[in-house]
Design a protein around this ligand. Structure first.
Ligand code: UT7
Length: 333
């Protein structure tokens, strides 16, 4: 059975830079609070109305295909991870397929928030090893800026989130050293309301969204930050250890650690717990904030571009987020 290799990786972030000082003009916050609590200095927002998650995914997918040395027409399946789809339905993967000029190939949307990339990686790995597809495009893409609460009530989440997209092209390799060595996933739905958007809701009858729900600001994300922080710092190291054990590798074998970018303090805590020096940890949150499903492929793309993740590098991934969902994986580039 072949292994699944990451053949190419790409990313795209909008050009509009929003600093912490910009946010402090909109609601009660400060650069000092945001940097100290999260490590974020700025994030990107879409430039204008009409840009959805699938639009950000197009340049990210093109860059990944170019770096993989394949034509877009060779892609034979799409997995699209997002919590901010262009519309309620159909999935953003369908929009992306058309925007890339592709036809007929399957387009699967997955809703696994910050762990979406790793959920997608496990699906793509299984498809490829089973011989079902040869060139899978896996995208994480988010437009958060149109769905966050720019009032004091939502400031804890709003300062964290940013827009962006990352993508990988995955395909089979006969090289026994290269490729996906392990992916482990988990979820615990008992924490669902610790980080969620409650409306629109199919369980709200007779209407999924009402003026009362909007007045109560239920269409914005709400988070129990301390609880999420606690879970993240427990589950990410646990999953990382498991992924390494499954891959028969040790922490010392890891060349690059690419964690989900939710909070620099979380990643410093996780790295310390794992015994990984910060020089091996990829950090992009200072410039892009938390781009949920996009954060891992964006960070990997930057690490490939600046030479930190090169052919032969052993990369460890770990993520935790809304759901709760979590995961970790080990990949030889
Ligand atoms: O990717 C998805 C997963 N998400 C995460 O992993 C996020 C996990 N959680 C966190 O990163 C942190 O909990 C936060 C960065 C969100 C918050 O840090 P914290 O140290 O847990 O702060 P807190 O929520 O306990 O709030 C401390 C204070 C509160 O004021 P009082 O009650 O002490 O007067 C908040 O109202 O800070 C206040 N606060 C803010 N102040 C200025 C909350 N948000 C802000 C803000 N600016 N943006």
């Amino acid at each position: 059975m072949p292994r699944t290799a990451i053949l190419g990786v790409g990313h795209y972030v909008p050009t509009r830079v929003v600093t912490n000082d910009d946010l402090s003009k909109m609601f009660n916050t400060s650069d000092e609070w945001i940097v100290q609590r999260s490590g974020i200095r700025e994030r990107r927002y879409i430039e204008h109305d009409g840009i959805g998650a699938s639009d950000l995914a197009v340049p990210a997918a093109r860059m990944a295909a170019e770096r993989a040395g394949i034509a877009i027409s060779e892609i034979d399946a799409i997995i699209f991870a997002t919590l901010s789809p262009d519309v309620f339905f159909p999935g953003s993967g369908c929009f992306l397929q058309t925007k890339l000029g592709l036809k007929n190939i399957p387009a699967l949307d997955i809703r696994n928030q910050c762990s979406g990339f790793l959920y997608g990686l496990q699906i793509a790995d299984a498809w490829i090893r089973a011989g079902m597809y040869k060139r899978v495009l896996l995208v994480g893409s988010e437009v958060h800026s149109t769905g966050i609460d720019f009032s004091d009530a939502g400031r804890d989440v709003t300062v964290l989130f940013g827009d962006g997209a990352g993508a990988v092209i995955l395909g089979p390799t006969d090289d026994p050293e290269r490729g996906v060595q392990s992916v482990t996933l988990g979820a615990d739905g008992s924490g669902a309301a610790d980080l969620w958007i409650e409306a629109p809701s199919s369980r709200s009858s007779p209407s999924r969204i009402t003026p009362e729900m909007i007045d109560a600001r239920l269409h914005y994300p709400r988070m129990n930050g301390k609880q999420v922080f606690r879970w993240a710092t427990e589950k990410m190291p646990e999953a990382a250890h498991l992924a390494l054990r499954m891959a028969d590798k040790s922490m010392a074998d890891v060349d690059v650690f690419v964690p989900h970018q939710a909070n620099l303090r979380i990643n410093e805590f996780v790295a310390r717990k794992l015994g990984i020096p910060m020089e091996k940890v990829v950090t992009t949150i200072d410039r892009y904030g938390n781009t949920t499903a996009a954060s891992i492929p964006i960070s990997l793309s930057e690490a490939v571009a600046d030479g930190r993740a090169k052919p032969g590098s052993l990369v460890l991934f770990a993520a935790f987020g809304s759901g709760y969902t979590w995961g970790a994986g080990v990949v030889r580039m």
